[in-house]
Design a protein around this ligand. Structure first.
Ligand SMILES: [Cu+2]
Length: 270
């Protein structure tokens, strides 16, 4: 028994550590890993869902009641009434009030997401047909990020979501993301961080997130961009500050931007 419990427990812990990616038979959102996503999930679960369920139940009740109460056998002489001012005012006002009740917290969340706090680091995501390119402008790092083909997947990599070069960011730091595209519209989306922004050629959009848990997070291009739209996933690895510094020192060499520019300069001067 203990063993079974242990297996179940370790399974649950493992899932938690792998936060986050879509799961089979999943209902609802992925686990939030940022304040912004927690707001969205709370708004949806604690306000929108109860209102939606209450409306559905109420309408269903009205329909059943009308079917039974006013059926032909029980109500042989139907009323000829066509207007009822009180009812008409009520069924206009109540939906308005419901919309206002939903709009206020909704706008609060939108504005909170819109104001970018002072960023600890900035990354730039560039959408290409069909992969993502990334830059760390302050570190002179540039690299491309391609999906790992199914035949090359490691056992810990999810199909259609894992990439060869992940974006690495430190935990509990404000990450500003500049988003643009090189050819057509794409969208950079990471459900666990509550982040989704269009990548538009010739224009830079920005967003931000602050990841609260270490782990690997998966997202996908969310703007229909062509034949391989489904095959340009986004992987962000959230690591401790030390691990991030270590990755940076390797990446500065491996993905150095200046090298490329220098080569070009040399070619140009020849
Ligand atoms: Cu795309």
């Amino acid at each position: 028994m203990k063993k079974i419990l242990l297996i179940i427990f370790s399974f649950l812990v493992a899932i938690d550590a792998y936060a986050d990616q879509p799961k089979d038979w999943q209902l609802g959102f992925q686990n939030p890993a940022s304040d912004g996503m927690r707001d969205i999930v709370n708004f949806h679960n604690n306000l929108l869902l109860p209102i939606i369920i209450a409306i559905s139940v109420f309408v269903l009740f009205l329909m059943l009641y009308a079917c039974v109460r006013f059926r032909a056998s029980a109500n042989p002489n139907p009323s000829k009434r066509t207007h009822n001012v009180t009812v008409e005012i009520l069924w206009t006002l109540i939906p308005c009030l419901i919309l206002i009740v939903m709009a206020v917290p909704s706008f609060k969340i939108l504005y909170k997401q819109d104001t970018i706090p002072k960023a600890d680091l900035t990354i730039k995501a560039i959408g290409y047909q069909w992969y993502w390119g990334y830059e760390y402008p302050d570190e002179n790092i540039i690299f491309d990020s391609y999906m790992v083909e199914e035949k090359d997947l490691r056992s810990d990599q999810p199909r259609l979501l894992a990439v060869d070069n992940e974006v690495v960011v430190p935990v509990n730091k404000v990450v500003k993301v500049l988003i643009t595209a090189n050819d057509v519209l794409h969208a950079w989306a990471l459900p666990s961080f509550g982040v989704k922004r269009d990548a538009v050629p010739g224009r830079v959009n920005e967003t931000w997130f602050k990841a609260e848990k270490e782990g690997t997070y998966y997202g996908q291009c969310s703007e229909l961009c062509g034949i391989k739209h489904a095959f340009m996933p986004i992987t962000v690895k959230v690591v401790s500050e030390e691990d991030y510094q270590e990755w940076l020192s390797e990446a500065r060499v491996k993905f150095a931007k200046e090298e490329i520019e220098n080569k070009k300069l040399k070619l140009a001067s020849k």
